[in-house]
Design a binder for this molecule. Structure first.
Ligand code: HEC
Length: 152
């Protein structure tokens, strides 16, 4: 009786092992959803901040600081979901990301340092004009990366 139970347990464990082997983690579609979600959040804070620095909505220091803090944090996650083999699927990522990895990573690094600087300006009491100047740098980096690595 005990022996039979052991056989069942062993059989089940082998089955789980086989399933896991066939389902890579993270799955490609999860990686794509992750990186797109990060970009959506980046855009949210980028837009909120742009509207404030352009004067379309009132500049509220705490609000601006909240967005720059998020942008710095999200800039560190920007390349997380671009795992090898995830160029196919519900994505606008171009295969050049994996073919010219060094260039892609260099732009991601530039985005990280742009966003870090932006947040530093906000934390040290920078006004709308100072933030606007640094937002121009950020915008250039978004655009450079999208021009080379994203389908329009
Ligand atoms: C290092 C490269 C890189 C940088 C920097 C970058 N992006 Fe992206 N972005 C991409 C790629 C690649 C995609 C396509 C992702 C996909 O479809 O899988 C994308 C997608 C997007 C999307 C579409 C998201 C969706 O709905 O699927 C938005 C919005 C976006 N980026 C905004 C921004 C903004 C705003 C910035 C700058 C503040 C920025 N990105 C910086 C590479 C970059």
């Amino acid at each position: 009786m005990r022996y039979k139970k052991l056989l069942w347990v062993t059989g089940f464990m082998v089955f789980v092992g086989v399933c896991n082997a066939q389902t890579p983690v993270p799955r490609t579609e999860d990686a794509i959803r992750y990186r797109r979600a990060v970009m959506v959040m980046i855009k949210w804070h980028y837009d909120r901040l742009s509207l404030q620095t352009k004067g379309s909505i009132p500049f509220v220091r705490e609000e601006a600081q909240r967005s720059t803090a998020w942008l710095e944090m999200l800039s560190q996650q920007a390349t997380e979901g671009f795992v090898p083999g995830s160029q196919e699927g519900d994505t606008k990522a171009l295969p050049s990301i994996w073919e010219q990895g060094a260039k892609f990573r260099a732009l991601a690094d530039r985005f990280r340092s742009d966003a870090t600087k932006l947040n530093a300006i906000a934390r040290t009491g920078g006004d709308a004009a100072a933030l606007k100047a640094q937002m121009n740098e950020v915008t250039r980096t978004c655009k450079s990366c999208h021009d080379d690595f994203k389908k329009s």
